[in-house]
Design a binder for this molecule. Structure first.
Ligand code: AMP
Ligand code: ZN
Length: 202
């Protein structure tokens, strides 16, 4: 029986594009249908499995694997990545709130800055790990990372143990801090905030 491609499936799964799943961003960086902005230094792409209504990634064109590979000379590059993302959302989504930052431990190769709208409403957002990676201190604010690098000459990151604690923490709504027993319950709860926001802008 043929399996249909599930567009909400993260690429840690066998439906992913050819090649090792962790290198998927390198392929997408070359795909015109995903590229939003590109210059000599960076490429901005659509996240293939968006965890909110709008979710983008900005990557350096040079081969920098992750936050651990940075030194102070890369502060201007990180600032440029930030500014490319900021300009894009100012131009295209001026009335939507976004956050910009890095996962303390990334799963995909090549440094990438997440630019994500704060609705956290997407069919691709399915697991506790997905949720906690964007709503706990596992998500490191872009400006703070730049300051961290400028001050320390490298990025000081939370320990492995702390990262595990973030990932295992209880499911908590990022808007009102209510806790949910499971993802379906949390996703239903998130919709009540979105409906409330929708009614209040009428
Ligand atoms: P991280 O956990 O910080 O490494 O996040 C990796 C991000 O890349 C996630 O938001 C995924 O949805 C996204 N992603 C995974 N595979 C691809 C791909 N092939 N092309 C574009 N985005 C991807
Ligand atoms: Zn809530």
């Amino acid at each position: 029986m043929r399996r249909r491609l599930d567009k909400t499936k993260d690429d840690h799964e066998p439906n992913a594009k050819k090649g090792h799943w962790a290198s998927g961003l390198l392929t997408t960086m070359k795909d015109k249908t995903y590229i939003l902005e590109k210059d000599d230094l960076v490429t901005m792409i659509k996240d293939m499995y968006p965890k909110a209504k709008y979710h983008y990634l900005v990557l350096p064109n040079e081969n920098i694997s992750n936050l651990k590979a940075l030194n102070a000379s890369k502060v201007p590059l990180l600032e440029h990545m930030h500014n490319i993302g900021k300009k894009y959302i100012q131009k295209n989504h001026s009335n939507i709130t976004f956050k910009m930052g890095y996962h303390a431990e990334a799963s995909m190769h090549r440094l990438h800055l997440h630019i994500i709208s704060v609705d956290m409403n997407s069919p691709c957002l399915k697991t506790k790990k997905h949720w906690n990676s964007f709503t706990t201190d596992f998500f490191l604010d872009s400006n703070e990372i730049i300051e961290n690098l400028r001050k320390n000459g490298k990025v000081l990151l939370p320990s492995k143990q702390l990262c595990e604690t973030y990932m295992k923490s209880a499911l908590k709504c990022h808007k009102c801090h209510d806790t949910a027993r499971n993802m379906p319950e949390l996703k239903k709860h998130i919709l009540t905030h979105l409906e409330h926001d929708r009614l209040s802008v009428r």
